[in-house]
Design a protein around this ligand. Structure first.
Ligand code: B12
Ligand code: SF4
Length: 585
């Protein structure tokens, strides 16, 4: 069969710009590899990753591929943020390719399948995990057998919506063939994505993940994951980091250790990044992760206010966070956090509590926020149920082309959008920008300078930051001219933003040194070299990890059993640069 798979544009302001070296849809990569594995040489595939391109490009790509391929099956992966572009393509395919079967799946469909089949009675919706279901569906199409026997789907039979029996989750996910990374990992790409487990036992009030995994956690074995990692590094030599996208990567300590051990024992040398929870955590887990090459862990903190944390049901307390951060403070790994402004229970006081708490944590180990979101309502979440109970939003909302709504009073939340934005900006200023003018904060946050500038030109920023942007522009009239030109024609060249970022950084660095009283030549030089070191952080991190692994391998080989590798906090470099110390000997 000819199968065209795709995911479509995410709504404008949530799109990331670079599609080339970004994350990619493992779900689609898993679907294709599963079918190719179980129906060898039977099908012809095309698989398009279009989340991060604008609507016009997305539509053009899909139309061209439909035309060239004239597929038997057109499958679309849909997130709530990409549903509108998906709707357009469903309509287009139905109108222009009436013989093509349209199948939809993904997070949004797993929740809203009934409404979708009602809206488009000619589609088939796959509910939840897709590999075995999509396979059985393709078989049914190929053999022209009834869809009624395909568990886990919903469709319209001309009279009514048919909902087939629920499909069991794949019990042992080690049996799945590795996802087809090569569809999305092109030459020169530096980051690959990986799933080591599926599912999360929690149900945070803003999260929708239980709809695909039903709160059951399934782990891959350490050896099976290590096989995939080895394959990735061998096949794509440009990769220097692997990003783990599990729903709850560190949820089981023994399992995390098993995974790390498999990586360490095989001497695999790469960096890992993972999203994670602050609980469960232990010194041993953290130590093993560091030895395995983890360089960055992104925690879901969301709020630093007791009431909001309790309300979101993440199962963590501030004490867990303090403990987790103290374990990271002695390592070379960077820990950052996601924060959300405006979750249920948010008030001016809880915002202050969050700022105070993050500042407290920053004294344990500098915690930079990964993103400060404004709480949004996704169907299938507890927040949506709360909002729906007010009568201000209902299931029909998702059938319209309206943007995914923020949790505002207008949609059943509490605050206005302006208030939520103000809350977000207060957190931003309290936990980040205020520190931007202190040496430590500056070093940590240099990577955000380009977005800071963009943001500063578009939004209200703390005076100090705006002043620096404007004084930088005043000293660089050519850049200012280019910026104005770019704004007029709606196309600012990337080099201009980069150059401006550099100039801004120099002005900012001067200001930081002045404020921190780094006046002597020596102190200035130390700071400047710290900035330089930060620029080389990735390189240094990789080298340090290599060195560390060599030590581990040395230790594992039995020649050295006299003590642990420990890191001396006092000799850590600026911005958490790894200075590996051997002690205990
Ligand atoms: C990697 C990732 C991305 C990537 C790639 C997206 C993609 N298309 O896969 C990118 C970076 C583009 C992305 C973007 C966003 N993401 Co995202 N992302 C993820 C993440 C962490 C992993 C996705 C993944 O690989 N899952 C594993 C695979 C195996 O599962 P799957 O994709 O669901 O696919 C399976 C089934 O759903 C089904 N299936 C899927 N598609 C199809 C299609 C067909 C035809 C069939 C039959 C079956 C099928 O079969 C697959 C195999 O079992 C998930 C969280 C998670 N753990 O799922 C969030 C998640 C999908 N993202 C989410 C969100 C909200 C976003 C944003 C829109 C956030 C925002 N507010 O800005 C952003 C966009 C902006 C930005 N700045 O990046 C939400 C989606 C919620 C929703 N209701 O849609 C999730 C669930 C996170 C969460 N906990 O809320 N994301
Ligand atoms: S812990 Fe993470 S994955 Fe689990 S429910 Fe909460 S936000 Fe979702």
């Amino acid at each position: 069969m000819k199968i065209l798979l795709c995911c479509t544009s995410i709504q404008d302001e949530h799109r990331t710009e670079d599609n080339e070296d970004s994350h990619y849809p493992l779900g689609l990569a898993y679907l294709q590899s599963y079918i190719e594995h179980h129906r060898p040489d039977k099908d012809e595939f095309r698989n398009l990753y279009l989340n991060n391109v604008d609507y016009e490009i997305c539509y053009r790509e899909i139309k061209e591929n439909l035309k060239e391929m004239d597929p038997d099956v057109f499958g679309i992966s849909i997130m709530t943020h990409s549903r509108v572009s998906a709707y357009r393509m469903i309509e287009y395919a139905h109108e222009n390719y009436p013989n093509t079967k349209i199948v939809v799946g993904g997070m949004h469909v797993s929740v809203m399948w009934r409404q979708m089949v009602k809206k488009y009675p000619y589609i088939v919706a796959v509910r939840g995990e897709g590999e075995t279901c999509f396979h059985d569906l393709i078989e049914a199409y190929d053999n022209e057998t009834s869809l009624e026997d395909v568990k886990g789907i919903a469709y319209h039979n001309g009279e009514k919506i048919v909902v087939t029996a629920e499909r069991d989750l794949i019990p042992d996910i080690d049996v799945l063939p590795f996802p087809k990374h090569e569809l999305f990992v092109k030459e020169g790409k530096t980051m690959a994505n990986l799933l080591t487990s599926r599912g999360c036992p929690y149900k945070c009030n803003f999260c929708v993940l239980d709809h695909t995994s039903r709160r059951k956690v399934r782990f891959r074995s350490g050896e099976n994951i290590a096989d995939e990692v080895e394959m990735l590094l061998e096949k794509f030599p440009s990769i220097n980091a692997i990003w783990i996208h599990d729903d709850a990567f560190m949820i089981n300590k023994d399992r995390t250790i098993e995974f790390c051990d498999a990586i360490i024992n095989r001497g695999i040398k790469t960096s890992f990044v993972a999203s994670a929870r602050f609980r469960p955590i232990s010194p041993e887990v953290v130590r093993k992760m560091e030895l395995a090459g983890f360089c960055h862990v992104l925690f879901g903190l969301e709020s630093g206010a007791d009431d909001v944390i309790r309300g979101m049901r993440k199962g963590i307390t501030k004490q867990h966070v303090r403990y987790g951060m103290s374990l990271f403070a002695n390592t070379t790994m960077r820990a950052t956090a996601f924060l959300i402004a405006g979750l249920p229970g948010e008030t001016d006081e809880t915002i202050e509590e969050t700022i105070e708490f993050v500042q407290e944590i920053q004294n344990i180990d500098y915690l930079y926020y990964e993103d400060i979101g404004i709480s949004m309502i996704y169907p299938g979440t507890e927040m949506y149920t709360m909002a729906r109970a007010t009568g201000k939003i209902n299931d029909d909302y998702w059938l319209t082309d309206a943007d995914v709504p923020y949790y505002t009073a207008e949609h059943g939340g509490v605050h206005t959008y302006e208030k939520l934005l103000e809350m977000k900006e207060r957190i931003e200023e309290g936990v980040a920008l205020r520190f931007m003018l202190a040496p430590k904060g500056f070093l940590y946050q240099r990577k955000v300078i380009p977005s800071l500038i963009k943001y500063s030109l578009l939004h209200r920023m703390p005076e100090s930051i705006n002043d620096i942007v404007f004084s930088t522009l005043a000293h660089h009239p050519q850049l200012l001219k280019e910026l104005i030109r770019g704004a007029i024609i709606g196309d600012t060249k990337a080099e201009i933003t980069k150059e401006l970022a550099k100039a801004f950084e120099r002005t900012l660095a001067e200001m930081v040194m002045k404020r921190a009283n780094l006046t002597s030549e020596t102190r200035r030089n130390v700071f400047i070299s710290q900035c330089y070191a930060q620029e080389c952080a990735d390189d240094i991190l990789l080298k340090a990890q290599k060195q560390r692994l060599e030590e581990v391998i040395y230790k594992l080989s039995g020649q050295d059993d006299q003590g642990d590798i420990v890191y001396d906090k006092n000799v850590r470099g600026p911005a958490s640069l790894p200075l590996v110390m051997r002690t205990n000997k």
